[in-house]
Design a protein around this ligand. Structure first.
Ligand SMILES: Cc1cc2nc3c(=O)[nH]c(=O)nc-3n(C[C@H](O)[C@H](O)[C@H](O)COP(=O)(O)OP(=O)(O)OC[C@H]3O[C@@H](n4cnc5c(N)ncnc54)[C@H](O)[C@@H]3O)c2cc1C
Length: 379
């Protein structure tokens, strides 16, 4: 068993840390405050080959392993959880699904510009009546001549307002149940597709989230990804990759909470001594550091399994469950350590606490992760 990262992985971590110090940290509070998508940062991420890290070079990516991408997501999220999430869903779900299930033609047409960071991807599954219960979806794709005609309303689409390439899930044969859903690629600007309501959120505010409305939206037959009926299987595969990314996002959030807590508790003096010397505070920090290590190992292990071409659904769900609950718990503690100052705008821990909450909800709630894990261990 080797817990040591490769030289390349360490280099990537350091490079991403430097990138964040230069381009992300200085604007993280502002883009949160203004709910602004930082297009200029994504331009720089594209130039640095960060938007297709684990995608083979022949398809426009950097050809790294999945663990390297995960380390990059962790580092960006340490600076800005919204930016880390946008990279994660673009690379880990949108790019990955086209790589794994797309035809050669689809990879050349859609994946190459995505992996180069020229086009941003989105994963369009959730509907107003179908969140955890994906099977309750109502969006349909009906074959008409050489086109599929899509009708339905999707919700909570991350990168909805800012995306270029949408991976959409719709019923092609509802009666076929789990084998009746299919996946399509839909490009921005396709007639009949419109970005609906934009959501104002508690946290993760610079990530753009919206409804997506499809009304008689025609896409050519060639836009079907994989075969008809493979949609649900593809969505679940996307979740395995995406959940590992969310776990990495959480590791970055906890690391930031720990960094801030160590710094503040050594500086803040009460009762004539830095508060770090009060055992109550020191123990909060000890628990934070311990859960951070556990979350990181679970996350890296899930990514490592993916790189070894082994099944990793259960491990991705475990990593996401543990890391997201730890992120929530420890960002609350980080605010506690900062006292009243931690509750005010301007303290990074205030943003971390708001950002942490969503990690227990999207890409499957904690309850959904427990369903996946128990389904695996009780088999
Ligand atoms: C900021 C944000 C970004 C998102 N990005 C995307 C995206 O890019 N693409 C996309 O497709 N979706 C996205 N989502 C949707 C997200 O994945 C869903 O919100 C999530 O799956 C939960 O669905 P829901 O909100 O409808 O909650 P519900 O499914 O209605 O759940 C409500 C509560 O009931 C619980 N619950 C539901 N069923 C059960 C059960 N059987 N047993 C026990 N408890 C249960 C849930 O765990 C939860 O606590 C995003 C959501 C948000 C808020």
């Amino acid at each position: 068993m080797d817990f040591k990262l490769t030289e390349e992985q360490e280099l990537i971590r350091n490079n991403m840390r430097e990138f964040c110090e230069k381009y992300v940290n200085p604007i993280a509070a502002e883009i949160d405050e203004n709910s602004r998508h930082p297009a200029e940062v994504f331009q720089k991420l594209a130039e640095g080959d960060w938007m297709g890290m684990p995608i083979p070079q022949e398809y426009g990516g950097a050809g790294a392993d999945y663990l390297t991408h995960i380390i990059a997501v962790e580092e960006i999220s340490r600076a800005c959880a919204s930016t880390g999430f946008t990279v994660s869903i673009h690379v880990g779900i949108a790019c990955m699904l086209i790589l794994l299930f797309g035809t050669e033609e689809q990879k050349k047409k859609y994946l190459v510009p995505m992996a180069k960071g020229k086009h941003l991807g989105a994963f369009v599954l959730t509907e107003p009546g179908a969140g955890t219960d994906v099977m309750a979806a109502t969006t349909t794709a009906v074959l008409d001549g050489n086109d599929y005609v899509i009708n339905g309303t999707k919700t909570f689409t991350s990168n909805g307002p800012t995306g270029d390439t949408y991976l959409l899930f719709a019923w092609t044969d509802k009666a076929a149940g789990r084998k009746g859903m299919s996946a399509f690629v839909v490009s921005r600007g396709t007639p009949g597709m419109k970005v609906g309501e934009h959501f104002k959120k508690m946290g993760l505010r610079s990530s753009q989230t919206s409804e997506m409305v499809f009304k008689d939206c025609r896409v050519p037959k060639e836009n079907l990804i994989g075969k008809e009926g493979m949609g649900l299987q593809m969505a679940m595969t996307g979740f395995d990759h995406g959940r590992t990314g969310i776990a990495a996002q959480c590791v970055g959030i906890i690391q930031a909470a720990l960094d801030e807590s160590i710094k503040y508790s050594k500086e803040r003096v009460q009762f004539g001594t830095p508060i770090a010397r009060h055992q109550a505070i020191a123990w909060m920090i000890a628990d934070m550091a311990t859960d951070l290590a556990a979350a990181r190992y679970l996350t890296y292990h899930a990514a490592w399994l993916k790189d070894q071409k082994q099944p990793f659904s259960k491990e991705a769900a475990m990593a996401k469950l543990f890391a997201s609950e730890a992120a929530m718990k420890h960002t609350i503690k980080a605010v506690q350590i900062h006292g009243g100052y931690g509750y005010c705008k301007g303290a990074k821990v205030e943003r971390l606490m708001r950002d942490a909450k969503i990690t227990e909800i999207y890409e499957g709630t904690s309850e959904a992760q427990r369903m996946v894990i128990s389904g695996n261990v009780l088999r």
